[in-house]
Design a protein around this ligand. Structure first.
Ligand code: SF4
Length: 377
C-alpha cells in the first residue's frame, strides 16, 4: 500500500494556523514570532487567507483546528473576528478547536467571541507562578490572575482548558517546583503540558548563557512532576502531556504523534500532506509577499516507517504493531524486529500485548531510542 492510499484510509486531518504576533518577547522563546505591530496584522491575515484557500482543504476531513503562535490572543477583537470568520467553513460539529492564550491578555469580550465561533479548548501559557522566574522569563501574570481567567472561562462554558508549565529555572529548588505544581493542580484544569526549560541559541537566555539544568536534576524533576500529577489524578499519556482522562487528550497533537496528515498555515508552519513534508518561510516579508514555502520534501516509505515509530513511542501506550503492519503492509518483525529485540534486551523497550512501549524510567532516553530505529537503506 502506498502512503497516499494509507492516508486516504485515515482522513483525520489537522489544521494549524500560526499567529506570530507577540506583545512581549519571552527570554526562552525560539518560536517564529514578531512584535505586534498593527501595520502588519491585516496584511498578515490577508496572506494567511490566501495560503489557506490555496490548499483546497475539504472541510469535512478536518478533525482539529489549532491557533498557535506567537500569541493568538494578542490580536484585537476585530482582527480575531476576521480570523475566526476565515476559519468558519472548516469548523463542523465534533472538531477540537484550540487557541493558545497568554493569561494577561484574556478579556471577557475575547472569550465571548471565541465561544461564539465554537472554540472549545483553551491552551493557556503559564510557564510558572513563581514571581522570581516570571520576571526572568519576562512574563506578566501571577497566580491570582490565572485563577480569575480560568473562573471567567468556566463562566463562559469552556470545559476543556490546558495549562503549560515549565521547570528547570536557574537554581529552582524542589520546593519551588512542588509549589508551582500545587498551584497548577488547584486550578482543576483538564490538561497540562510540563516542559523542561531548554536554552536555545539566539534567545535572550541563549545569548546570556542562562544555565541549563544538569541531567541528574532533569531526571529527578521530570519524575517528580510525573508522580505529583499522577497522584493528582492525571493520566500521563505522552512524554510531557497529562490529561484528566482520555476525552481530554490533545486530539490535535495526537495527529502529529500518529503520523496523520496536518496542514500548517502561516509563518514558519509545518505541513505533512500526501507524502510531503513542508515548512513555511520564517521571513515575514517573504510571507506577506505570498512566498510561503521554504522547503518541501517527499517522504519515502522508509522515512514514514521510522517516523511512525519515533513519534509513536512518545505515547505512553506506545506503538501498535498491528497498526504499523496495517499502515505499511509489511511485517514489523521483518523491518524492525532486530532493533526492537536489542532494545528490549537493554530494557529500553517492553512489549505489552501488541504494543511496544518505552518504560517510564527510560522516557528521557527517547531520542536515543528513536535514533536506533533509523533503518538501513
Ligand atoms: S513564548 Fe509565546 S508569548 Fe512568549 S515570545 Fe514566544 S511566542 Fe511570544
Amino acid at each position: 500500500m502506498n502512503i497516499k492510499k494509507r492516508i486516504s484510509l485515515s482522513p483525520n486531518n489537522a489544521l494549524y494556523l500560526h499567529l506570530p504576533f507577540c506583545r512581549l518577547m519571552c527570554s526562552y522563546c525560539a518560536y517564529p514570532k514578531v512584535l505586534l505591530h498593527d501595520k502588519f496584522v491585516r496584511p498578515y491575515l490577508e496572506a494567511l487567507k490566501q495560503e489557506l484557500v490555496s490548499l483546497n482543504i475539504k472541510p469535512s476531513t478536518i478533525k482539529s483546528i489549532y491557533l498557535g503562535g506567537g500569541t493568538p490572543n494578542a490580536l484585537s477583537d476585530d482582527d480575531l473576528k476576521t480570523l475566526l470568520m476565515m476559519l468558519k467553513p472548516y469548523y463542523h460539529y465534533g472538531v477540537e478547536y484550540t487557541i493558545e492564550m497568554n493569561p494577561e491578555l484574556v478579556t471577557t469580550s475575547q472569550l465571548e467571541l471565541l465561544q461564539r465561533f465554537h472554540i472549545n479548548r483553551l491552551s493557556i501559557g503559564v510557564q510558572t507562578f513563581n514571581e522570581k522566574y516570571l520576571q526572568e522569563i519576562k512574563r506578566h501574570h501571577n497566580y491570582r490572575l490565572v485563577k480569575t481567567v480560568i473562573k471567567t472561562a468556566r463562566d463562559h462554558h469552556f470545559n476543556n482548558i490546558s495549562l503549560d508549565l515549565m521547570y528547570g529555572f536557574k537554581n529552582q529548588s524542589e520546593a519551588e517546583l512542588l509549589e508551582d505544581l500545587a498551584k497548577l493542580i488547584s486550578l482543576k484544569v483538564e490538561h497540562v503540558s510540563l516542559y523542561p526549560l531548554m536554552i536555545e541559541p539566539g534567545t535572550v537566555f541563549g545569548i546570556n548563557k542562562y544555565p541549563e539544568m544538569d541531567e541528574t536534576t532533569f531526571y529527578r524533576y521530570y519524575h517528580l512532576v510525573r508522580k505529583t500529577l499522577k497522584q493528582a489524578g492525571f493520566h500521563h499519556y505522552e512524554v510531557v502531556n497529562f490529561a484528566k482522562d482520555s476525552r481530554f487528550y490533545s486530539r490535535h497533537n495526537l495527529t502529529y504523534w500518529t503520523l496523520q496528515p496536518y496542514y500548517g498555515v502561516g509563518l514558519g508552519a509545518a505541513s505533512y500532506v500526501k507524502e510531503k513534508r513542508s515548512n513555511n518561510t520564517h521571513n515575514l516579508t517573504k510571507y506577506l509577499k505570498g512566498d510561503f514555502k521554504e522547503y518541501e520534501t517527499l517522504e519515502t516509505k522508509k522515512e514514514a516507517m521510522e517516523n511512525y515509530v519515533i513519534f509513536g513511542l512518545r505515547l505512553r501506550k506506545g506503538i501498535s504493531i498491528k497498526a504499523f503492519e496495517a499502515f505499511f503492509s509489511v511485517s514489523f518483525n521483518d523491518i524492525c524486529g532486530t532493533i526492537a529485540e536489542k532494545l528490549i534486551e537493554q530494557k529500553l523497550l517492553y512489549r505489552r500485548g501488541q504494543y511496544l512501549r518505552v518504560p517510564v524510567k527510560q522516557l528521557l532516553l527517547l531520542d536515543y531510542i528513536g535514533r536506533e530505529f533509523i533503518l538501513d537503506d
